[in-house]
Write a protein that binds this ligand. Structure first.
Ligand SMILES: CC(C)(COP(=O)(O)OP(=O)(O)OC[C@H]1O[C@@H](n2cnc3c(N)ncnc32)[C@H](O)[C@@H]1OP(=O)(O)O)[C@@H](O)C(=O)NCCC(=O)NCCS
Length: 135
């Protein structure tokens, strides 16, 4: 866990009073990890692309279903997490990503537990991303 936390660029923490109810983070990822996600989705990745992935989206079970994940993701977007991408296997999160203006890139693939897909903001694609071949 400590190693994972050291890899964070930043983390947003959402509180109600002194209770931590939600998180989302911008993770520093290895080029290898990033290339694997993009290659598996069939999307090419330029070397200039920042090595950051959105993750650790988590809402306290007692607080789910109230739109908090959407709010914290809006905050992440508005505070300048871009350009970045996220990988998700959850139908609800896919809908939310689309509502946040993200687009699914390439093709979904089978993860260990569920079908995964790669998401970026549309205008993050140019110039760092192309959708054919790999650089
Ligand atoms: C997934 C998770 C973060 C959702 O948190 P939440 O605060 O309950 O979600 P919200 O109330 O904002 O949204 C409820 C649902 O509508 C979706 N949604 C929210 N706002 C939306 C919008 N404006 N348009 C479309 N869909 C929306 C959400 O994705 C969610 O779908 P789900 O219930 O099928 O997961 C939460 O269930 C969780 O922490 N799960 C465990 C960790 C996890 O799976 N993280 C995601 C990894 S990709």
């Amino acid at each position: 866990m400590r190693r994972r936390l050291r890899r964070l660029r930043w983390i947003l923490l959402m509180y109600e009073g002194d209770r931590l109810v939600g998180t989302v983070a911008l993770k520093r990822v290895s080029r290898r990890h990033q290339r694997r996600s993009f290659r598996t989705a069939g999307v090419s990745l330029k070397p200039s692309w920042r090595r950051s992935e959105l993750g650790f989206l988590c809402i306290d079970p007692d607080y789910r279903g109230q739109g908090l994940s959407f709010r914290i993701m809006q905050e992440a977007r508005d505070r300048g997490c871009r350009p970045t991408y996220s990988v998700t296997g959850r139908e609800g999160v896919r809908k939310m990503n689309a509502a946040l203006g993200m687009v699914r890139r390439g093709s979904p693939w089978q993860g260990r537990k569920e079908e995964l897909s790669l998401w970026t903001w549309d205008d993050d694609l140019a110039p760092p991303l192309e959708t054919s071949g790999e650089s």
